[in-house]
Design a protein around this ligand. Structure first.
Ligand SMILES: Nc1nc2c(ncn2[C@@H]2O[C@H](COP(=O)(O)OP(=O)(O)OP(=O)(O)O)[C@@H](O)[C@H]2O)c(=O)[nH]1
Ligand SMILES: [Mg+2]
Length: 494
């Protein structure tokens, strides 16, 4: 209780003191200001203007400095991730920017080129699990479409294109793709990509959807693909079974959050071929191959209705899906580019740190990361990841990390010493070399942890970044030691 009272009185005294000082300062400042003002008014007007001008300039400079140091936070060019769909200009601008930065944009560009090549044709893709009957269905639908026309040109995958004109004279491109869910994962993604490039996907299945088929449907719906779900091999089911299976398929799509009209789920018999054993008149048996009769009328109706109902929106939806794919390809390429470039930046800084440490005549025991090398590395990595931190943030991050370095120093020196032992014929390792490796290791660890942080958060949050640096440091030291020790030995030789 007594202490509480004492603190209150002390606080009151402080407030009183502050009040007195503030009043005094105010009086003093106003007096001298008025003084100066009077004298300026008495003097020549040029003097007055010059004085006011200089005052304004000083105030503006001070404000600018404060803004630069404390307030400014350049908004990083955040990508439109959610929000509306990408437009053609959006994606082209992105590609141009990325290309100028040195990113390999060829795959993303190839998507756009392919889109342009297929502009005039309505594109139907037969998609589904292995042996669902995609190829049989294509043959049943368009028996005369047996010419392989490759729009892509020179592709070596198993995607086959067929061109066909329907009764209205519309040009239709039919694509048969490898079945999904087989042992080869690559084929599944080839097929899925091709489906995303189509106007309409005929999702062929031969029973209720499996888990992986559900995942595929979901994926295609996310790309806003117009779907017709085709229950093939209807000849194996009774009418009742067909009806309940169709109902089940509708519910499945509904469960995933897709909306499918009832007439976009159809049951057909593509036919296909079947091996039969035939008995001739005198009891002998012979193997023969028979074609099952096809029954695909409902599918033809569904396709025609979809074409009529959707009209131009089919092309718009296809464009959007392809732009989205191109954006994904670009993001992959950017990720790849960043990895390579960040590797170079970290290597450079580590090397500089090693050279600096080796050149020091009597190496100290402290390792400073707040200097030029640390700042440069942080700046370069941030700009590589599109983050634009304030100078203050970089300073804060480095200073927070510096205090962690102090704690990690013994570990770093131990790891460095151990790492150097792994190089045969080195004899007793001089203290200077160990120090240089430890120095390099810290930069290597700092850089690698920063890359992880930036890719995780997309910006430099000083405290978070420093904490993540601390948490990962021992792992990074161990992982980097061989590389950094080699670097130090090379530098020493030179
Ligand atoms: N009972 C029955 N069998 C069918 C039907 N349609 C196709 N099949 C058979 O299903 C098997 C696979 O047919 P495909 O057309 O090769 O199937 P796919 O989906 O192209 O297969 P992959 O290209 O390997 O993924 C063949 O043995 C066909 O004869 C059908 O309507 N009824
Ligand atoms: Mg096939």
């Amino acid at each position: 209780m007594k202490l509480d009272r004492f603190i209150r009185i002390a606080l009151a005294a402080v407030i009183l003191l502050v009040f007195i000082v503030a009043t005094g300062a105010l009086l003093f400042i106003s007096e001298s200001a008025l003084n100066v003002w009077d004298r300026l008014k008495a003097g020549p007007p040029v003097m007055l203007y010059a004085y006011v001008g200089i005052m304004l300039l000083l105030a503006a400079t001070a404000l600018w400095l404060i803004w630069r140091l404390v307030v400014r936070r350049k908004i990083s060019p955040k990508r439109k991730t959610s929000g509306g769909p990408l437009s053609k200009t959006d994606i082209e601008n992105r590609l141009r920017e990325a290309e100028a930065a040195g990113v390999d944009v060829s795959e993303a560009q190839a998507e756009l080129k392919q889109l342009a090549a297929r502009k005039n044709a309505v594109h139907l893709c037969f998609f589904g699990e292995v042996s669902a009957g995609k190829s049989s269905l294509l043959r049943a639908l368009v028996p005369e479409a047996d010419v392989v026309v490759d729009v892509v040109g020179g592709s070596t995958d198993d995607v086959r294109h067929y061109r066909w004109r329907n009764d209205d004279g519309a040009e239709i491109l039919l694509t048969d793709v490898p079945g999904i869910g087989g042992t080869e994962q690559g084929l599944t993604s080839v097929a899925t990509d091709e489906a995303k490039r189509a106007n309409i996907v005929l999702f062929v299945c031969d029973s209720d959807l499996t888990r992986s088929e559900m995942a595929s449907v979901k994926n295609l719906l996310e790309f806003d693909k117009p779907l017709i779900i085709v229950l093939n091999k209807a000849d194996r089911y009774s009418a009742d079974e067909q009806a309940s299976l169709l109902q089940r398929l509708l519910e499945r799509v509904d469960d995933i959050g897709g909306q499918l009209q009832r007439d976009h789920v159809v049951a057909v018999t593509a036919g296909g071929e079947v091996d039969v054993i035939e008995r001739d008149a005198d009891g002998g048996e012979a193997n023969a191959r028979r074609t099952r009769p096809a029954d695909i009328g409902v599918l033809v109706i569904a396709i025609n209705r979809l074409l009529a109902d959707e009209g131009e929106s089919l092309d718009i939806r296809r464009e959007r899906a392809v732009f989205k794919m191109a954006a994904a390809r670009l993001a992959e390429a950017e990720g790849e580019y960043r990895l390579q470039r960040s590797e170079q930046i970290i290597r450079n800084s580590t090397r500089k740190a090693i050279v600096g440490a080796l050149a020091a005549i009597s190496p100290g025991t402290d390792i400073l990361i707040q200097g030029y090398i640390g700042t440069m590395m942080t700046q370069e990595l941030c700009s590589l990841y599109g983050a634009a931190p304030r100078d203050l943030d970089i300073e804060e991050f480095l200073s927070l990390s510096q205090s962690r370095v102090g704690r990690a120093l013994p570990l770093s020196l131990a790891v460095a010493g151990n790492g150097l032992k792994a190089f045969p014929g080195l004899g007793t390792v001089a203290g200077g070399l160990v120090h240089a490796v430890a120095y390099g290791l810290i930069f290597d660890a700092l850089g690698r942890s920063l890359v992880l942080t930036l890719s995780r958060h997309g910006e430099l949050l000083p405290e978070v970044a420093a904490k993540e640096f601390e948490e990962g440091i021992s792992e990074h030291l161990e992982a980097g030691v061989r590389r950094v020790a080699r670097m130090a030995l090379d530098e020493k030789k030179d």
